[in-house]
Write a protein that binds this ligand. Structure first.
Ligand code: UDP
Ligand code: MG
Length: 342
């Protein structure tokens, strides 16, 4: 990639050989796309490096795909991969990474929460040798106190549970070297909790701080239940500790049950107390019933994940690919091996 150090080459010649891919997942972002495209092009224009912009349209229903297709037909560096329906951001990102040809790949949200103006800094960090340039939010503009606090607690829990560090306050906004992208593309799982997968590959990582803006237009696709689902997904995809906890609860409950039983028998034999009645019995039975149901549910969650994995469905399906040089319409082409369900 980089020229050997004993060769003297002016910066621009060296850069000219390298390609930067910018991957942008898009779902119903018609309102913000014109401004996004303008800002992105300006930022890339300042960079002395070849680039390609890869929009992955994740089954938008608001005309985003048509806007992007026209854009791709008029700008040679732009390519649009339209998925056959909405597969979720994780799948769209996976599609983007698998189609990106760059020596470095930047992942960027379309809603301008990740400022494209930071791209030159990210590229500079990559050129200094980082495989992953991870963007950490300095502030979380436009987010409620509740979201900030729950996010912070959640990451603390997640990091206690998994063997590697899943960084707090870093989203999907990042640059990855070809090596890192190839590593990521090797991960075959259908349950694609991207934050976890990004952390799992490791590699020399440089963290840059930035101020996360609020959405330029449109609405977030994440409501409270979706976030809760994602949080649960994160834990169950990267840790089996909850299963161990249930075993521990089982051990404690049975130990307590044994002691309690012995105590009742001893009391009846020694003191002649009649066996105490109905309320305590009902309380214990309900408590244990609850614990059992919870445990079965938790085990079911993991079994469900195994079910999704063994079906081996692809993570996404590509409907068509649009680029100014060649317009390929592959009817629901079966794309690669990966999936994601959300
Ligand atoms: N997105 C997507 N598929 C989805 C939901 C979202 O491709 O099913 C894209 C969306 O267009 C945006 C990015 O993922 O570019 C982040 O989405 P959003 O802003 O809703 O998430 P947040 O920033 O609130 O985490
Ligand atoms: Mg957003």
């Amino acid at each position: 990639m980089n020229a050997p150090s004993h060769l003297w080459l002016p910066e621009f010649t060296r850069s000219a050989a390298e390609l930067l891919s910018v991957v942008v997942p898009v779902y119903n972002e018609r309102e913000v796309l014109p401004l996004f495209c303008e800002r992105l092009q300006q930022a890339l224009g300042r960079l002395q490096m070849q680039h390609e912009i890869l929009f992955v349209d994740d089954g938008s229903k608001d005309g985003s795909a048509d806007f992007l297709r026209l854009f791709a037909l008029s700008v040679p560096t732009v390519k649009v991969i339209a998925l056959s329906r909405n597969f979720g951001k994780e799948a769209a990102v996976t599609a983007g990474f698998e189609h990106a040809a760059g020596d470095a790949v930047i992942l960027l949200d379309a809603d301008l929460q990740d400022p494209p103006e930071l791209i030159p800094d990210m590229v500079a960090a990559w050129k200094k040798g980082a495989d992953v340039v991870c963007m950490r939010r300095r502030s979380r503009a436009g987010e409620t106190w509740f979201k900030r606090t729950s996010a912070s607690l959640y990451y603390r829990l997640l990091n206690r549970l998994s063997r590697f560090d899943i960084p707090h306050d870093t989203g999907d906004f990042r640059l990855m070297s070809r090596r890192a992208v190839d590593a990521l593309n090797q991960l075959p799982e259908r349950n694609r909790y991207m934050k976890g997968l990004f952390a799992w590959i490791g590699m020399p990582t440089q963290v840059l701080l930035y101020d996360r803006d609020s959405r330029a237009a449109g609405n977030t696709k994440w409501n409270f239940t979706a976030l809760l689902g994602l949080a649960f997904e994160g834990i169950t995809s990267f840790s089996t500790a909850p299963l161990r906890w249930t075993t521990l609860v089982g051990v404690l409950a049975s130990a307590w049950g044994t002691l309690f039983g012995l105590w009742i028998v001893a009391k009846a034999l020694l003191l002649g107390d009649p066996v105490p009645g109905y309320p305590s019995l009902i309380a214990i039975v309900t408590f244990l019933g609850g614990v059992q149901l919870l445990t079965v549910g938790l085990v079911g969650e993991y079994v469900g994940k195994i079910y999704v994995e063994v079906k081996q469905r692809p993570v996404y399906l590509v409907q068509d690919v649009t680029a100014s040089t060649a317009v390929a319409t592959v009817k629901t082409e079966r794309a690669d091996r990966h999936v994601a369900t959300r």
